[in-house]
Design a protein around this ligand. Structure first.
Ligand code: DP6
Length: 339
């Protein structure tokens, strides 16, 4: 049997930062699902006396991925016992340059989980894939990956005022979006394409006992609720304020950890200043956000594209040697199989 899946990356508006237990978040988060930044994963399934797998990324074996993949398979085995008699040959590729410093674990683990779920569906003769289970498995590979299974926007983490929200999987909130957000753009400025000095996993660990930990968790619960209100009403002014506050808070938490570190580069700070100046001078709806890295994401509605893109091309991208990726809110993953 062969199965395949294509799944996008996502960009958090309210950030997941800190975890406990088996990949459970300390706080809820909300993200936009992207469109062009995807991973494609193909699996060739062969019956075998015991479980095993091989993994090739862009045609090459990548030993660096083995610890995360081993942990992932160990964690999902209980809910996918069929795997214990399968040998999987996995091939994966990213649509975006894999050295670009763009978080690829979200697209990688969601595509892998979905390609596995499609195979399990076949083996169990089920009519449909279970996206919730694929989301649960994705979380076990990389927390933020569980939000990539759903179109447009997803919430991850149990919130008392968001029905259906859960710590173990993402929740599709696409139906609650105001139309202005349905085709929102995300231009990713590739300011630093190198490997990050501190991984997200190490960063999450520094939230244990963080001096601002308790306040951050409370803030994130409040921000998720506020963001859901903003996403349904289409209030761009509040969106801009909240998204930038979240990005700067994330990096402030890194800078104020017990072992402090800094992932922004001089180009990141210059680009932030530039976005704020451009917004003020041109009265354009645009804001920035950051993941745990130096690359700046520019978020803006489709209606701002004509104003924003010439400025990005002619001015802002000088801060990233002309390197940027144009993405936008997308419709979630795709999958298929052949026997
Ligand atoms: C800053 O999901 O990459 O991008 O669960 O250890 O794999 P692991 O971490 P990961 O953390 C992403 C953190 C973030 C914010 C977010 O996407 O919510």
């Amino acid at each position: 049997m062969r199965t395949q899946a294509e799944s996008p990356s996502n960009i958090a508006l309210v950030k997941y930062w800190g975890k406990h237990g088996l990949q459970l978040p300390l706080n809820p988060s909300v993200s936009f699902t992207l469109s062009h930044s995807t991973s494609q994963t193909r699996i060739h399934w062969k019956e075998a006396p015991e479980f095993g797998y091989s993994f090739r990324f862009h045609g090459k074996e990548q030993k660096a991925f083995t610890p995360k993949l081993d942990a992932f398979f160990e964690r999902i085995m209980e809910s996918a016992p069929e795997l214990s008699t399968q040998q999987l040959e996995i091939e994966s590729e990213n649509s975006f340059p894999h050295s670009s410093g763009i978080a690829s674990s979200a697209s990688a683990f969601s595509a892998l989980s979905l390609a596995i779920e499609e195979g399990i569906r076949q083996l169990r003769n089920k009519p449909q894939v279970d996206l919730n289970r694929a989301s649960e498995w994705s979380r076990l590979g990389s927390g933020s990956a569980c939000r990539s299974l759903f179109p447009k926007a997803a919430v991850w983490g149990a919130h008392p005022n968001i029905e259906g929200s859960s710590d173990i999987r993402g929740l599709d909130v696409s139906q609650r979006l105001h139309p202005v957000f349905e085709d929102f753009h995300d231009v990713i400025l590739l300011i630093d394409e190198g490997v990050k000095s501190v991984s997200s996993t190490a960063g999450h660990a520094l939230m244990d006992g963080h001096v601002f930990g308790k306040a951050r968790i409370q803030q994130a619960f409040d921000h998720v609720e506020e963001m859901m209100d903003i996403l349904s009403t289409g209030d761009l002014q509040r969106f801009i304020e909240l998204v930038e506050l979240e990005a700067l808070t994330l990096h402030a938490l890194m800078m104020s950890a017990s072992d402090p570190y800094l992932l922004m580069r001089p180009g990141t700070v210059a680009a932030i200043e530039s976005v704020r100046q451009f917004r003020k001078e041109t009265d354009t709806n645009i804001c920035f956000t950051l993941d745990a890295g130096a690359n700046l994401h520019l978020l803006f509605p489709a209606a701002s594209e004509q104003k924003v893109m010439p400025w990005v091309e002619n001015e802002l991208s000088m801060l990233s040697n002309g390197r940027y990726i144009c993405d936008r809110v997308g419709n979630g993953p795709k999958w298929s199989s052949a026997i």
